[in-house]
Ligand binder design. Structure first.
Ligand code: 8YV
Length: 333
């Protein structure tokens, strides 16, 4: 009997999903969440046929060098800036991500951050827990936030998650403006009641801005000091995209100096570290990269990663559900 193929799972995952993999593979699943050095990644990947990895695992040419065994790397996320796709393709490794299953959950969370930041939920809770309410009372003109309803929402990056964010705005009677490199079709624009504008117009006109663009080198600091200077001082900024898209130091300065009302941030430059200037501010709601973290969605993401691994190296190979470099399969014929 031939030996079972091996799969490495770089982070703790749902036992049911690991069990699905274990039906066909010898699974080596890590039980603690940690970061691996390039050398460790290289060593772990050297002995396996497939891997399920997280966004903190950077899979590049150096990590893949000399690896002739690995056939599939399934990323636990839709964003895949941790994967060097040309290097994976050159190494003949199929890479996959988890699109679509997280669109609605991530959009929900964007709104959670927007509402929490606009209405000062985090600061108010900290104040209450600190026992200040009985001491100070709440005055009629305390804790005033900014409204969402009836205002203009901006979405920067109008992919599938951006459109899900935009569609929700109808419930708040908001006008929606968006900017994206390519304009949506008329039909898609209608379906999310959104109008395309230049980036500068977006920044100047919107009352609240949600960032949902993918991280690419060109998008680094897409929101920096110059962009923040165009925004209304009453505006709220939400980043559910990627750290590095916002210049966190410039954002902290704008928030501190009252040039922006508030921010809701799920992602950070250099996470898990968070810029000390942001941590020092009360008008920002911070969370540890959890926008897709609902029971249903995280499970669906894990299942999708497992499906991709099974499709490439399983007993009955088929078409991966969400390949990022399908040319690898074509090359094999
Ligand atoms: C992460 C994400 O996968 O899908 C993405 O690109 O950023 C998230 O869904 C998740 O937070 C696990 O790190």
């Amino acid at each position: 009997m031939s030996e079972k193929k091996k799969v490495w799972v770089s982070r703790p995952l749902f036992p049911e999903v690991l069990a699905r993999l274990a039906e066909q593979f010898e699974v080596e699943a890590e039980t603690v969440e940690r970061r691996y050095s390039p050398e460790e990644l290289r060593a772990r990947l050297a002995g396996v046929d497939g891997a399920v990895v997280g966004l903190v695992d950077r899979i590049d040419a150096a990590v893949l060098e000399g690896n002739t065994r690995l056939k599939v790397v399934a990323n636990l996320g839709v964003g895949h800036n941790n994967l060097d796709l040309p290097a994976l393709t050159r190494a003949g490794v199929l890479a996959s991500n988890t699109p679509d299953v997280l669109n609605e959950t991530t959009a929900d969370y964007g709104w959670a951050l927007l509402m929490a930041a606009a209405r000062r939920v985090g600061a108010a809770e900290r104040w209450l827990r600190a026992g200040e309410w009985p001491k100070q009372g709440v005055h009629f003109d305390d804790w005033l936030g900014v409204d969402l309803h009836g205002r203009t929402l901006g979405v920067l990056g109008m992919g599938r998650i951006g459109r899900a964010v935009a569609r929700r705005a109808a419930g708040f009677d908001m006008r929606v403006l968006y900017h994206n490199r390519t304009r949506l079709s008329d039909e898609l624009e209608r379906s999310c009641h959104a109008a395309w504008v230049e980036k500068e117009t977006l920044l100047r006109e919107v009352d609240h801005l949600v960032l949902v663009l993918p991280f690419t080198p060109a998008n680094r600091h897409a929101i920096g000091a110059a962009e923040l200077a165009l925004m209304k001082p009453t505006a709220v900024l939400v980043n559910i995209a990627r750290g590095g898209i916002v210049d966190d130091a410039a954002l902290a300065a704008a928030l501190r100096e009252g040039r922006l009302a508030a921010a809701g941030l799920d992602v950070f430059e250099g996470e898990p570290a968070v810029h000390a200037d942001l941590l020092a501010l009360d008008n920002v709601v911070l969370s540890p990269h959890i926008a897709s973290a609902s029971f249903t969605t995280r499970r669906a993401m894990a299942d999708m990663a497992a499906d991709n691994v099974l499709a490439v190296i399983g007993a009955e190979p088929g078409k991966p559900v969400s390949p990022l470099n399908p040319e690898v399969l074509a090359a094999k014929g």
